[in-house]
Design a protein around this ligand. Sequence first.
Ligand SMILES: Cc1ncc(COP(=O)(O)O)c(C=O)c1O
Length: 486
Amino acid sequence: MAEHTVDLLYRKLADELASLINNGGFQAGDRLPGVRHQAQLRSLSIATVIAAYRQLEDWGLLEVRNRSGFYVKAKPSAVVQPPRIVVTTMRPAPVTGQDMVLQLIKAANNPAIVQLGAAVPAPEFLPTRAIEQALTRAARNQRVRTSNYEFSPGAVELRRQISRRLADSGCAVHPDNLVITNGCQEALTLALRAVTTPGDVVAIESPTFYGLLQVIESLGLEALEIPTNPRSGMSLEALELALSRWQVKACVVTPNFSNPLGCCMPEENKRKLVSMLRERRIPLIEDDIYGDLSFSHARPSLLKGLDENVILCSSISKTLSPGLRVGWIAAGPYQDKVEYMKYVLNLATTTIPQLAVADLLESGQYERHLRRARGDYAQAVARMTEAIIHYFPEGTKITRPEGGFVIWLELPGEIDTFVLAHKALELGISIAPGPIFSASQKYRQFIRISCACVWGNRVERALVALAGLIQQGNNPARPIPPIRGD
Ligand SMILES: Cc1ncc(COP(=O)(O)O)c(C=O)c1O
């Protein structure tokens, strides 16, 4: 218990200082108060402060200078520019070019390949032991129930727990107004099916998660790509313009740590977005799959908390395990329709994982895991970013996400990242090429890298090899430089 309290205190201090550093409260080169002084200032033990400073060092935010103290490190963002916002004519269009994705997804299941492509956390980031125990408990304690269908809307224990967590985020959703789904992808499918018919236009962030593009494609909808800022999310000016020109039937956004940009929409923009769509009676679909993975300790708010008509979709795929296939949808006015559509689609979500997730939420294990995972992801992103700055050609631009675990890179020169991704796969490395994040295959010079992999020689060598391919792509005469350590 005492150990647990120290654990909480040091992480709280580390989170607080990290967010001050990230928000510019401390600048590169600033000296943090010495350990003893900090302990006095905050009425903490010296051990707690040392543990917090070590954590900041691990995250790449702090460095110890010989005998002179703890200093804020130069942030990569001070040296590296964020990628550009690609602005082209906005016009609704069917989704094309998603065939590459299946190859990428298959690579994610091949242990021989260095996984930098799919946004799937390595098992080391997930509470695999706790999940195993919760699954066993569910199978043992609920034998009769687990051998039957858990018909839509899904296990009430899980819906109650989700409802409680939503209330903690300022969002009142009764358990009866939730439907459990096979992950967030199914929730997005149900949401779009509930509010559109084939041929309708859907406004989306650009770049966006390719799974959403596939849902749009499979439902025969047209995508209207709205330029999205790597710091503040979907451009509301561009959206306003688009809404005045096209008959948009739904808008899908990931306001908290979008994939692939990792940005968090400011509060003011969230309010504007909600009221802009409410005025026009356009259904707003919110994907919050990364919302629990903020690097600073405050969980960002939900659009659903501003308007109960927002359709909220989420899952535990990025926090507990994508393999459990547990997600949910709070469909507001479309609740009955969604509940019935889910039943027609596949009758039910598997019972045991639902009960296991409910158990992990209720016991507090989920929350404890999150406290660790958020720091682990922040550290993984910082480390990957530093290595990329070190190895990749000058002119590479990188996002600085505030949560989640993916980064978005703009590569210098005339590189075609479709070709790059194929060549990388031949070398045993998977990356996600930019065009799959666009309905019309923009972003030929961009790639997304997932940082939730176990850091080590293998990943570092993969980055060196990738850097070589990028150099070679821009200058075919130039050979790939040797891999360090060979
Ligand atoms: C933004 C976003 N939404 C939805 C999904 C799909 O989630 P799930 O695996 O829960 O279906 C993903 C997975 O990568 C994602 O990044």
